[in-house]
Design a protein. Structure first.
Length: 326
């Protein structure tokens, strides 16, 4: 057993190191990790591995975690993080084995580990296993912060299994069961996933677009919706250009402010998009924002990057909301 002592003190140091990683102070986090290891706190391996990973040194992170699980084999978090790193470097079968080991640890967060394993199982073509893991998260831990992402994995797994109507049914069931008090962004996110399920099931485009609209109006206009709308965009032979755009959106109280950090007054979104000209690019850039915010939104910067051979105008990889405040 890896020795633990002075728990309150070392937990404070652990949290400080995590904050340093978030801030990009990787040297500071590593310094704390060395202090924690010197006093026998097994969380040192998590800190050092996360610092290596953020620096892009996944092999270094894996070496740290290999040593960590050898010294503290009962710590599920180390096995899960090891699985994450193995997945990222393409060793997916070993990643699944690491998640299996995490599940065997005492006090493991079953939902967290099974969510991670679901993603990797889907990537290796085990749609049935991915579905089982994702459904466990959805049914047993619906309040988990990653439950919405687990639903996305379940939908992808059902589509891969050819059960496209079931993919629609599971989302419709969750929307119907949503508590009236549930946050509108959470429900809106369900409609974004519903749009993708409807598209896969071959439902009429009007129904797919309607689901996208509900998602956008609820504040869930993200990559999932953008990908669906890109498939529905009409094709033609006009020449197109790829643009980089930064959109600025001041908030006017339409979105649920209870879900926003204190003092937020607006947000930026960055994206690449393909459009016929700059006017169309500007229009596309704001197409994922609620209508009530459009009057105050503006394109902060727009830069043409290169000609594009695509026959569809579309958004590519829009960012999340990058909030700003007073």
């Amino acid at each position: 057993m890896w020795i633990r002592k002075n728990e309150d003190e070392v937990r404070a140091l652990h949290d400080e190191a995590l904050a340093k990683i978030d801030e990009g102070d990787l040297a500071g986090a590593s310094s704390i990790a060395r202090q924690l290891e010197a006093i026998g706190w097994s969380g040192c391996f998590e800190i050092e591995a996360l610092a290596c990973r953020k620096a892009g040194d996944r092999e270094g992170a894996l070496a740290v975690l290999d040593r960590g699980v050898a010294l503290a084999p009962e710590l599920w978090m180390l096995h899960q993080l090891r699985g994450n790193v193995l997945d990222e470097i393409g060793r997916k079968d070993e990643a699944i084995a690491a998640y299996d080991r995490a599940l065997a640890c005492p006090d493991a967060s079953i939902a967290s580990v099974r969510f991670n394993r679901a993603i990797t199982r889907l990537a290796v073509g085990d749609a049935g296993g991915a579905l089982a893991d994702a459904e466990h998260v959805i049914t047993e831990s619906p309040e988990a912060p990653f439950a919405g992402a687990a639903l996305g994995v379940a939908v992808d797994a059902l589509i891969a299994l050819g059960r496209v109507e079931d993919s629609v049914s599971i989302v419709d069931h969750l929307i119907g069961a949503a508590d009236a008090a549930a946050s509108s962004p959470a429900v809106a996110a369900l409609h974004a996933t519903r749009a993708r399920a409807l598209l896969a099931a071959g439902r009429p485009h009007d129904a797919v677009i309607a689901a996208c609209t509900v998602a956008i109006e609820g504040g869930a206009g993200g990559k999932e919706v953008a990908d669906v709308l890109a498939v529905l965009a009409p094709e033609d032979d006009r020449g197109r250009t790829r643009f980089h755009v930064v959109l600025e959106v001041p908030l006017v109280g339409v979105l649920d402010r209870q879900t926003l950090p204190m003092g937020v007054t607006g947000y930026f979104r960055t994206m690449q998009l393909v459009a016929v000209d700059e006017d169309e690019a500007r229009s596309l850039a704001s197409s994922l924002e609620p209508r009530a915010l459009l009057a105050s939104s503006r394109v902060h910067t727009i830069q043409p990057l290169a000609q594009d051979a695509s026959k569809r105008s579309r958004l590519i990889a829009p960012s999340g909301r990058l909030y700003f405040g007073e």
